[in-house]
Design a protein around this ligand. Structure first.
Ligand code: ZN
Length: 285
C-alpha cells in the first residue's frame, strides 16, 4: 500500500470512528434525557365521569407514557347531569356514563377506572366516614405513591361534589397510613399505606358566570404538550355531555397546554418549591 493510500485508509477509519463516537454520544444523550422511572402508581379521586379527562387528562396520559400506573376512583356515575343524551332515567344515564368513562380511561391509558355508586349532586349529604372508608380501602389496595384530587373550592366549576371529593380524598390520604383508622380493613389482609404526596388540581383562571371560587396557588406546572389532543379525545368520549363541548373547548382546553397542581401534603415534610414533575423526590417502596 502506498503512503497516500495508507493515509487515506487511516483517515477513512478515523472518520468512521468519529461517526461511531458521534452516534454513541447521541445515543447516550438520548438515554440520559429519557428518565427511566420505576413502576410508580398514581391514584386520582374524582366526582363525575368526565372529570378524569377535563381536570387531569393531560397529566394522566403524560405519566402513562412514562410508565406510571394510574387508577381513577370516580365517586358517582353522574346520574344527575343536566345533559342526559337519550337516557330515559337516572339509572340508564348512569349506565351510559359508566361506558363513556371506560372509553375515556382507555384513551388516557388509565389502568383501572372505578365508578362508585354515590349520588351525583348529593355528596355533601353522604356520610363522610363511609366515603372515606371506601377511598381508604382503594388506597390501601392500590398503594399509590402520589394522589390527585380537586381542591375544596370545587375546581373551576365550583361544583360541590368536587369540593366533597377533595375532603374525602384528603382524609383517605391521611388515614390510610394509620393503623387505628378502619382497622377492619387490616384484618382482611390490607396494610396501612403511606402515600408520599397529595396534590389538588388548580387553575390560574376563573370561569365567567360560575360560583365564586378561591383556588389554591399552583406549586406544580405540568406541560402536557401533545397530550392535549388525547385529553380532548378522552373528554369527547363522554358523548352525553356534548352540549358543553364548545364551552369546555373555549374556556378550559384552550388554556390547557399546562395542567396545574397544588402540593397539599407529603410524607417527608419540606418547604414548598415550584415543581414540573409530580414524582419529584418520590422514592420506591
Ligand atoms: Zn365534575
Amino acid at each position: 500500500m502506498g503512503a497516500s493510500r495508507k493515509k487515506n485508509a487511516q483517515s477513512k477509519i478515523s472518520r468512521g470512528a468519529v461517526i461511531i463516537a458521534a452516534s454513541l454520544a447521541e445515543i447516550l444523550k438520548a438515554i440520559s434525557s429519557f428518565t427511566i422511572i420505576p413502576m410508580f402508581r398514581m391514584l386520582c379521586v374524582t366526582a363525575h365521569p368526565d372529570d378524569e379527562a377535563a381536570a387531569f387528562g393531560g397529566t394522566i396520559r403524560l405519566y402513562h407514557e412514562r410508565g406510571i400506573e394510574t387508577t381513577v376512583v370516580c365517586l358517582t356515575p353522574g346520574q344527575a347531569a343536566t345533559h342526559r343524551g337519550h337516557a330515559k332515567d337516572d339509572h340508564e344515564l348512569a349506565a351510559i356514563r359508566r361506558k363513556e368513562f371506560a372509553a375515556s380511561c382507555k384513551i388516557l391509558g388509565i389502568a383501572r377506572g372505578i365508578v362508585l355508586d354515590y349520588a351525583d349532586g348529593q355528596l355533601y349529604r353522604t356520610e363522610l366516614y363511609r366515603v372515606v372508608e371506601a377511598i381508604t380501602h382503594h388506597v390501601r389496595e392500590f398503594k399509590p405513591h402520589v394522589m390527585l384530587t380537586f381542591g375544596p373550592e370545587g375546581a373551576v366549576t365550583g361544583h360541590t361534589d368536587h369540593s366533597m371529593a377533595s375532603v374525602f380524598a384528603t382524609l383517605a390520604f391521611e388515614w390510610a397510613a394509620r393503623g387505628n383508622r378502619f382497622p377492619d380493613q387490616l384484618t382482611g389482609g390490607l396494610q396501612p399505606h403511606i402515600t408520599q404526596k397529595l396534590y389538588y388540581a388548580t387553575a390560574s383562571f376563573v370561569l365567567p358566570d360560575r360560583p365564586t371560587i378561591a383556588p389554591a396557588p399552583a406549586t406544580a406546572v405540568i406541560q402536557i404538550g401533545k397530550h392535549l389532543e388525547t385529553k380532548v379525545a378522552a373528554f369527547e368520549a363522554h358523548t352525553t355531555q356534548s352540549p358543553v363541548f364548545p364551552m369546555v373547548r373555549e374556556h378550559i382546553l384552550a388554556r390547557a397546554r399546562v395542567e396545574q397542581f397544588h402540593l397539599v401534603a407529603q410524607s417527608v415534610p419540606s418547604q414548598i418549591k415550584m415543581e414540573t414533575d409530580l414524582f419529584e423526590g418520590v422514592t420506591e417502596d
